[in-house]
Design a protein around this ligand. Structure first.
Ligand code: SDX
Length: 428
């Protein structure tokens, strides 16, 4: 393949270098385009054909349904690694030795407390507040209590901000859920593993000792790994562009939480459960909802289906579907919602509308079924997605800052009114 692309505009030919990645993806580097063409730019709504950066963190192949973190397959990581190990891999680029992992966890534990004044902010929210809005606010508020985590230029300062947020974020997640259910805002224990501690903080009753259930620990650990990163998705791109202005890490993460909240993105896992519940209430009539999903005049979409990149099965959905069966069986939970989900999936995979558009189940289609079996309320599902995605957001933000990427500032094509003189109010 040639190493250049040629563009002809108004009879003038312009050459642009091709960039080829380690997985043989090819992009046209157009950073000189505007200059050499006298102002011509590109436009690509939703950035379906536009790369925002070069990154060494996560590789997706949407046609083959491949997902790898720093070169390791999601299947191997989900089976053989734990979440904190994967967080270290994403952020620092290599699987840690046991000593490095132990030091990393120990550094995180040093920051696994949150200023008690944060509870006052939490108290100001109505119980009906959506947990994602609460979490985004508390995450941004952490900046006020950790000012040194804002202007991080050195790798050391960056490391300190990273272990701070990895220590504090699970507390914010747990407190967000407990506040909603009128439970005391407490801590876990530094003697526990990272995921065990999360479960204890979320579920411990004030009047009982919390007994760890290895089924829940393994299920949550796997779900967090599967959600840990996904290259330049909507919320990660948000974290990167906010961070590109040199806003602090916590403020950048807070913006990512807000982007993830949307039902077309991370909010889909909650929307899937609400959709499945609706179908169950409606007598399990999946065909009616399939018809709605295909009806262009109906805004209803089959939540948990389709993906911007995967035009094959989302590899995470495959793993979660198997895990859903295992977790429900291990917990002895019979959930008719799982049967409805499987019926819907079967119908969609045999329906030409979905097959022609290469719409397959994505990560959100089955995850909520496991969260529900674990006793996690539906409104907390997207918060759990954010908990998993935290190391991915951190790794992408760190890469963007270490590579000294320029501030993100896209161009546009103006389609509004051309110049016109001001009109006095009496003449309008
Ligand atoms: C996540 O980007 C990431 O990596 C995200 C994520 C991550 O880990 O960060 O993987 C997590 O966000 C997963 C996606 C969760 N969202 C949902 O499940 C919501 C339902 N899915 C859709 O809204 C949609 O599929 C998107 C938003 C996920 C992708 O939308 P695209 O790529 O912009 O595709 P599109 O809207 O252009 O759809 C192409 C066609 C259209 O029909 P036509 O105009 O060609 O006739 O497919 C149709 C769409 O109407 N379509 C659907 C559909 N998804 C797409 N029709 C019915 N139900 C659906 N779910």
């Amino acid at each position: 393949m040639s190493d250049k692309a040629t563009l002809e505009i108004n009879g003038q030919k312009h050459e642009f270098p091709l960039v080829t990645g380690t997985e043989n993806e090819v992009a046209i580097n157009i950073k000189t385009l505007r200059g050499v063409t006298g102002g011509v730019t590109t436009i690509d709504p939703g950035y379906k054909n536009t790369g925002s950066c070069e990154s060494a963190i996560t590789f997706l192949d949407g046609e083959k349904g491949i997902l790898r973190y720093r070169g390791y397959s999601i299947e191997e990581l989900a089976e053989k690694a734990d979440f904190l190990e994967v967080a270290y891999l994403l952020i620092f680029g290599e699987l840690p030795t046991s000593e490095k992992l132990e030091q990393f966890h120990s550094d995180i534990k040093k920051h696994a407390v949150v200023d008690d004044d944060v509870k006052k902010i939490l108290d100001a929210f109505p119980k009906a507040a959506h947990p994602m809005g609460v979490l985004a606010s508390l995450t941004s508020a952490l900046t006020a209590f950790n000012p040194t985590s804002v202007n991080v230029d050195s790798e050391e300062e960056m490391y300190n901000a990273i272990v701070r947020i990895l220590g504090k974020f699970p507390i914010l997640v747990a407190w967000t859920m407990r506040k909603k259910h009128g439970m005391p805002l407490d801590y876990g224990s530094s003697s526990l593993g990272y995921v065990e501690n999360i479960l204890q903080m979320m579920f411990k009753r004030p009047d009982e000792d919390y007994v760890q259930n290895p089924i829940l620990v393994n299920a949550l650990d796997k779900l967090l790994i599967l959600h840990a990163d996904h290259e330049q998705n909507c919320s990660t791109s948000t974290v990167r562009i906010v961070g590109s202005s040199h806003a602090g890490l916590f403020a950048s993460l807070s913006s990512g939480i807000s982007a993830l909240w949307g039902p077309l993105h991370g909010g889909a896992n909650q929307a899937v459960l609400e959709m499945l519940e609706g179908i169950k209430e409606d007598g399990g009539d999946t065909k009616k909802y399939m018809a709605k999903a295909k009806d262009k005049s109906d805004p209803f979409r089959l939540m948990g289906f389709g993906h911007r990149v995967y035009k094959n099965f989302d590899p995470r959905a495959k793993i979660i579907k198997v895990a859903a069966d295992e977790v429900l069986a291990d917990l002895g939970v019979e959930d008719p919602i799982l049967d409805i989900a499987k019926g819907l999936e079967k119908e969609a995979l045999e329906d030409s509308y979905f097959v022609d558009r290469k719409l397959y189940p994505n990560v959100d289609f089955y995850s909520g079924i496991i969260y529900r079996a674990m006793g996690i309320p539906t409104e907390m599902f997207t918060v759990m997605f954010a908990l998993g995605r935290l190391p991915g957001w951190i790794s992408q933000w760190r890469e963007m800052r270490l590579r000294k990427e320029p501030i993100g500032r896209p161009r546009q094509i103006y389609i509004g009114e051309t110049h016109r003189p001001f009109k006095d109010i009496n003449n309008r």
